[in-house]
Design a protein around this ligand. Structure first.
Ligand code: GDP
Ligand code: MG
Length: 439
């Protein structure tokens, strides 16, 4: 996955300007990457459509560093689609806040109850009550009780021989008496969504009127996670999602699809079996994770720098040694072409915006190909030692390049100005100002 996006970005970053077909190539790669990250097909399509619109609308086709802009848009849109900000738990105006869990068997409901209750206990000195309403598996109740003991959090249980509806009623009564500030209802799951499970959850909802119905979804189930979330949301109406098992090797693309398909926020992520392995859901972090880059922008910078930095360093050294020649000039022109209009770049240098030399050094795309032709018409010796180029050589070069002699003269003048200017920057102030490194 990472290599896929890397390739896509390399293709883009080698070029100064992105055509629509370049953009579409890149977006195709990103779409594949999303699918590999378990984003479902429809979501991936919608996403790509948005990014494309955004990219075209934001004039990415003309701008500086087009690949950087595209990836920035990809990252921003991913973040935006996942809800921008972390969403906290719903809270009731009067205690207790009731949180009901939902989800398939093994998704991590019971573990998440313990994690969240512990978190509230630690952060808010809360006194939660955990209601054990999974009566179908004796082990499930034991599991919750064990966790409660460990964390010193009270668990309400009545064994397995009683209807979960009754357990919840009794548990809520007890919470009222004891003035617990939070109640977690740990419910049963099935291996698949079925009517009995849904009906039971609907009944429990009627009884408990929860402030939060938290759906727990196992991120490792990939594409199925989205279907599961969609199913629960349609039958039950959830208020938030906990995406568990993100400590596995999944990219977590389910986060994007779940959010898009249900419209409900992902509030927490489970990142391990330990009770402390829970965190608030951060859309921006998840965006980077889905793209598989740790930090997307740094990667794209690296991709570009791999190419440019070595050359820049060489050129810098040459400038310092005053051995900057036409080959370097050509190389530099190429890089500048890739960065956008040279004027804009020079203007980024402090004190440069009003420098009269600036108007002398404007280079358009056509100028560039002319200049290139002129340099190619020089002999190797002339290229490395521009001072060799006397009037008769200028005429020969002009003829070879199919340009008038004035063009050759102008370019040599520009070359010397550039060399002088660069030399000033490099010898005088030590390092180049930001934005100049690539020149
Ligand atoms: P439930 O059936 O929905 O209540 O699921 P459980 O809470 O019993 O969890 C099922 C299994 O998944 C247990 O072995 C948990 O330890 C494990 N589990 C839950 N959440 C996570 C998580 O975020 N990461 C990992 N690695 N395991 C988890
Ligand atoms: Mg359970």
């Amino acid at each position: 996955l990472t290599s896929r996006i890397q390739t896509a970005m390399k293709n883009l970053s080698g070029k100064g300007k992105v055509s629509e077909s370049d953009l579409d190539d890149t977006l195709r790669q990103i779409r594949l990457a999303l699918l590999e990250a378990d984003v479902n097909l429809q979501t991936a399509r919608n996403f790509i459509r948005k990014v494309r619109q955004e990219a075209l609308g934001s004039k990415v086709l003309e701008g500086l560093n087009p690949s950087e802009q595209v990836i920035k848009i990809v990252n921003e849109q991913l973040t935006e689609m996942m809800g921008q900000e972390a969403v906290p738990l719903n809270k009731s105006a009067k205690i207790p806040t009731v949180i009901m869990m939902a989800g398939l068997q093994g998704a991590g409901k019971t573990t998440t109850v313990a994690k969240l209750a512990n978190r509230l206990k630690e952060n808010e000195h809360a006194r939660p009550l955990l209601i054990a309403a999974d009566v179908y598996r004796p082990a499930a109740i034991e599991q919750l009780k064990t966790l409660g003991d460990q964390l010193q959090i009270e668990v309400f249980d009545k064994g397995t021989d009683i209807d979960p509806r009754q357990i919840v009623k009794d548990g809520l009564k007890k919470a009222d008496q004891d003035k617990n500030d939070y109640v977690f209802i740990d419910t049963a799951g099935r291996l698949q969504i079925d009517q009995t499970l849904m009906q039971e959850l609907k009944d429990l909802e009627q009884i408990a009127k929860p402030d939060e119905i938290l759906l727990t979804v196992d991120a490792m189930t990939g594409q199925n996670a989205t279907e599961t979330a969609d199913g629960f949301n349609k039958s039950l109406g959830i208020t938030g999602v906990v995406l568990t098992k993100l400590d596995g090797d999944t990219r977590g693309g389910a986060a994007l699809s779940i959010r898009e398909v249900t419209g409900k926020p992902i509030k927490f992520v489970g990142e391990g079996e330990k009770v402390s392995d829970i965190d608030v859901f951060y859309p921006d972090r998840m965006a980077s994770r889905i793209l598989g880059m740790g930090d997307v922008l740094s990667l794209i910078e690296r991709t570009q720098k791999d190419v440019d930095e070595k050359k820049a360093a060489e050129q810098l050294q040459k400038l310092q040694e005053n051995t900057f020649d036409f080959n370097d000039f050509l190389e530099q022109l190429k890089q500048i072409q890739n960065m956008g209009p040279m004027e804009d770049i020079l203007k980024m240098i402090p004190g440069m915006a009003n420098n009269p030399a600036l108007s002398q050094i404007q280079v358009g795309p056509k100028d560039f190909s002319h200049m290139e032709a002129i340099v190619y018409s020089m002999t190797p010796a002339e290229r490395v030692d521009p001072d060799l180029i006397n009037p008769s050589r200028r005429r020969r070069i002009a003829a070879g390049a199919g340009r008038p002699v004035v063009d050759v003269n102008r370019m040599i003048k520009q070359f010397k100005q550039m060399r002088e200017m660069m030399h000033k920057f490099t010898s005088g102030k030590g390092s180049l100002p930001a934005g100049m490194e690539q020149m």
